[in-house]
Write a protein that binds this ligand. Sequence first.
Ligand SMILES: Cc1cc2nc3c(=O)[nH]c(=O)nc-3n(C[C@H](O)[C@H](O)[C@H](O)COP(=O)(O)O)c2cc1C
Length: 172
Amino acid sequence: MEFYDLIKSRESVRDYNPDKKIPKEVMDRILNAGRLAPSASNRQPWRFVLVSSPEKLAQVHDSYRRDWFKQSPHVLVIVGDKSQSWKRSYDGFDSVQIDLTIAMDYMILAAENEGIGTCWIIAYDYELLADAIGLKKDEVIYCITPLGYQHPHYKKRDNKIRKDLSEVVEII
Ligand SMILES: Cc1cc2nc3c(=O)[nH]c(=O)nc-3n(C[C@H](O)[C@H](O)[C@H](O)COP(=O)(O)O)c2cc1C
């Protein structure tokens, strides 16, 4: 898809077909987009946990109780490792959250390019999710997304509600 069309067409999908898994080659392309994302000092302080097995999916779905989320056939959890991320020398600022957000956005846009729905989610129960994926010492989770095809009846809302460019841009 043309890049600006891709940006316009991505929207939060809250409708998933639980029976249609994503083929491995398609999933690999999406995950590879995350692998290619930039990170501070190229530390790549992440692991991408793809939750696809019925047992693990049930546990992860439990961490965010919404009927539509329960339908997603895959959930992607981006895990950051604070022992690997870059810290700014003079104040200790940690780049991990920025690094993870970029990687997630690359994968979300790659999914859109593959015709696969996503939705940024952060309002999950952190402890339940951490437990489900076996989060280790120094690891953090900042966001997850379902990955899946929509039902055939799904219609894109196609109505971006956003502030006007003049409200958000300041040229100085
Ligand atoms: C950082 C972040 C966290 C979000 N968390 C949630 C969430 O927990 N649950 C949810 O349903 N949507 C969540 N969203 C989706 C936003 O509500 C959505 O992106 C926004 O309303 C714009 O709509 P659009 O994605 O369809 O363009 C989140 C989005 C972002 C960027």
